[in-house]
Design a protein around this ligand. Structure first.
Ligand code: CAA
Length: 291
């Protein structure tokens, strides 16, 4: 099956990134979110991020204009009737994702493939609420989508070979490299990355070191491009907490218990960069550690 038209549900940092790379690769993209304002905000993020690529000579002005013209706002699921692949990239909450797929299914064509960009939730469980578990797959992009080379592919128990092959070809056509993971909590990247971030938060919580020392240590001592607390703010502390909860519940192992300090930040609404406060305060000119 040939994938030509892509639907993206969720115009936040991941959804807008997915729409961005699809449009640049020549696909027609329909972008959906819960309100026109959110779709507009996503479109504006995409415009700004493609502009960064134009400025650094990675994308031409013509390619930018063409890519932006390929993206249309889809204000309701009824607008996804012609899309070959619809990728859900909503908030990391199982009930929200299930509801989206249940509401979406009556509107998509019979042979459309459904993908989820979940960072941790069972593909098999999400597929089970749809009318097409054999045409359902996990297609997990990394943040920032236009920069990161990897896409994780996760088959649910029922995912068909044809679906897997078509989505793998699609990911490669975006210039991404794929890694295949079995359907276990948080797959590969987040199974490894999130416990490290959670441990960094424990390191802060237990008073081993402050925010800046922890990030500097891991940037310069382990050559990570970002320190773990900086990265947590970048991913979003609510998403980090959700992933740790999925690991903790899904694997029933206390080594995955979310750090109470992470819980406290999320309860405070300090979700990282997107809310302008997390382990750093982003409201001024330069990020300032909050601890
Ligand atoms: N869109 C387009 N281009 C972007 C971009 C975006 N959203 N964000 C950054 N860039 C580009 C910049 O324009 C810049 O391009 P040039 O080199 O051509 O000038 C390049 O990327 C590097 O950016 P910066 O110079 O601004 O900053 P940097 O060198 O510090 O790199 C970074 C930024 C790429 C984000 C780097 O810090 C990094 O790799 N961080 C780690 C990211 C990471 O680990 N991501 C995975 C998170 S886990 C995940 O995503 C899974 C999950 O489910 C939670």
């Amino acid at each position: 099956m040939k994938i030509r038209k892509i639907g993206v549900i969720g115009a936040g940092q991941m959804g807008s990134g997915i729409a961005h790379v699809c449009a640049l690769a020549g696909y027609d993209v329909g972008l959906n979110d819960v309100s026109r304002e959110r779709i507009e905000a996503g479109l504006s993020t995409i415009g700004n991020n493609i502009l960064r690529q134009v400025k650094s000579g990675k994308v031409t002005e013509e390619a930018k204009t063409a890519a932006l013209s390929r993206i249309t706002a889809v204000e309701s699921f009824a607008g996804f009737g012609e899309h070959d692949l619809v990728i859900e990239s909503a908030t990391e909450n199982e009930d929200v994702k299930k509801k989206i797929f249940q509401n979406l299914c009556p509107h998509v064509k019979a042979d459309a493939i459904l993908g989820t960009n979940t960072s941790s939730i069972s593909i098999t469980r999400l597929a089970a609420v749809t009318d097409r578990p054999e045409r359902f797959i996990g297609v997990h992009f990394m943040n920032p989508v236009p920069v990161m080379e990897l896409v994780e592919l996760i088959r649910g128990i029922a995912t068909g070979d044809e679906t897997f092959k078509a989505v793998k070809e699609f990911a490669v056509s975006l210039g991404k490299t794929t890694a295949v993971s079995e359907d276990f909590p948080a797959f590969i990247v987040n199974r490894i990355l999130l416990p490290m971030i959670n441990e960094a938060i424990y390191t802060l919580y237990e008073g081993v070191a402050g925010v800046e020392a922890i990030d500097t240590a891991m940037r310069l001592g382990a050559h990570h491009p970002m320190g773990p607390l900086q990265l947590a703010d970048f991913i979003g502390l609510d998403t980090c907490l959700s992933i740790m909860q999925v690991l903790h519940e899904g694997l029933s192992d206390s080594k995955y218990r979310p750090c109470p300090l992470l819980v406290k930040y999320v309860e405070a609404g300090w979700l990282g960069r997107k809310s302008k406060r997390g382990f750093y305060d982003y409201r001024g000119e330069k990020p300032v550690p909050t601890r």
